[in-house]
Design a binder for this molecule. Structure first.
Ligand code: HEM
Length: 141
């Protein structure tokens, strides 16, 4: 689990990002799809062009779920239970893709919050996103 200092670092950066979830989420998805084009296969029904409405809306949902998780840092499993079912049973997203999205989110944070997203904040977010990914992939077997 996250230490108190890591929790504080996660929540502090989130307070900067939370007002802009659609744009930040869309950029993270764009970075994901540009760097790892195989991830686009799950989104063949989306308009993936730069800044599209689909990217904004879905980016907002993904970041919104992460924001919600920042309020349940001691209880991620139950907080993310429904999303875990969705990704494992309905969407069947290959677990390897979660690391790729976590990476894209961190790069997006670094480009928007260069001062706040220092090495300590990044390490805390990396751990937090790993926990989220572990929960979202926990029901595969
Ligand atoms: C849907 C969050 C990782 C593919 C969703 C939704 C959320 C979400 C909130 C919408 C659920 C709803 O409408 O009820 C997350 C989070 C992730 C993550 C927090 C990890 C941090 C991934 C990855 C992929 C993926 C790695 C594939 C590369 C999808 C797809 C949908 C979806 C295909 C359905 C889109 C649609 O048709 O509307 N995700 N997701 N997700 N996610 Fe994820």
């Amino acid at each position: 689990m996250l230490s108190d200092a890591e929790k504080a670092a996660v929540q502090s950066l989130w307070s900067k990002a939370s007002g802009n979830v659609n744009a930040i989420g869309a950029e993270a998805l764009e970075r994901l799809f540009e760097s790892f084009p195989q991830t686009k296969t799950y989104f063949s029904h989306f308009d993936l062009s730069h800044g599209s409405h689909d990217l904004q809306v879905h980016g907002g949902k993904v970041l919104g779920a992460i924001g919600e998780a920042t309020k349940h840092l001691d209880n991620l499993e139950s907080a993310l239970s429904k999303l875990s079912d969705l990704h494992a049973y309905n969407l069947r997203v290959d677990p390897g893709n979660f690391n790729l999205l976590s990476h894209a989110i961190q790069v997006t944070f670094a480009s928007h919050f260069c001062t706040e997203f220092d090495a300590t904040a990044q390490a805390a977010w990396d751990k937090f996103l790993s926990y989220i990914s572990a929960v979202l992939t926990s029901k595969y077997r």
